[in-house]
Design a protein around this ligand. Structure first.
Ligand code: SAM
Length: 226
């Protein structure tokens, strides 16, 4: 369930997103529709946030890094249910990173905010050791796949047992994920159609083929490599 709350400026709105039956949790998001990709709540983010809520016992106490977080709805839900969360986006996206600070403040959540560009090895990435990596709608530009998966694989290797949970819009209908898994020595351990777990009220507002994948290192391939 989503509710548009108020106009904050000419192109800025805030929306409130609800989770649970009562509902038991809500997160407010500030969006700027004139700005770039990172200041809009994409449908994949709504799907991933709902999944985090439904799997909240798994997230409580987890160390979570969200990649390409933009308005950060999934990461904020993770923080709300007790995860230690680092929200990241492109290091050059200063407005996106500023907006993350604002939404954390608005929701009274204490998350770390970090500029993290995929495929770039700044010192800060070496101190991250996430047990869960989140990424909503980060698979949209084929030219960025190698950089994204270089970062994901690095983070998975730096934290044994970690998992990458991503939602993406499968526009082609091809099994994009399977191809990427082989290339990067990863393994998809869960692949869900978003309609299989979204509450009907939320699902009715979504269109397209939105999928959720849980990805881990394929240790058989890693062992062969070394
Ligand atoms: C389609 S938006 C999705 C935003 C948010 N996760 C959501 O679903 O609402 C893609 C996000 O990836 C970020 N991004 C794109 N290229 C990136 C890169 N090379 N490194 C880090 N972040 C990047 C963008 O700034 C943007 O926030």
């Amino acid at each position: 369930m989503e509710e548009e709350v108020e106009e904050e400026g000419p192109m800025t709105t805030s929306s409130r997103h609800y989770f649970g039956d009562e509902p038991s949790c809500s997160i407010s998001i500030i969006e700027n529709i004139k700005e770039d990709y990172g200041q809009f709540v994409w449908p994949c983010s709504v799907v991933l946030a709902e999944y985090v809520w439904q799997q909240r016992f798994r997230f409580s106490g987890a160390s979570v890094v969200e990649l390409g977080a933009g308005t950060s709805l999934p990461g904020l839900v993770a923080a709300k249910v007790g995860a230690n969360v680092t929200l990241t986006d492109h290091a050059n996206g200063l407005e996106v990173l500023d907006n993350m600070r604002r939404v954390c403040h608005l929701n009274e959540l204490n998350c770390n905010i970090l500029g993290l560009t995929w495929g770039v090895w700044d010192a800060s990435i070496f101190s991250l050791s996430p047990t869960i990596i989140l990424g909503a709608d980060v698979l949209y530009d084929t030219g960025a796949f190698d950089d994204l998966f270089a970062t994901v694989t690095f983070l998975l290797e730096s934290s044994p047992g970690a998992v990458f949970i991503t939602t993406y819009h499968n526009r082609s209908g091809h099994h994009l994920i399977e191809f990427l898994m082989v290339k990067w020595g990863l393994k998809c351990v869960k692949l869900l159609d978003s309609f299989s777990f979204m509450p009907s009220q939320k699902a009715s507002g979504l269109s397209g083929n939105l999928q959720l994948a849980e990805i881990v290192l394929n240790t058989e391939v890693s062992e062969l490599k070394f």
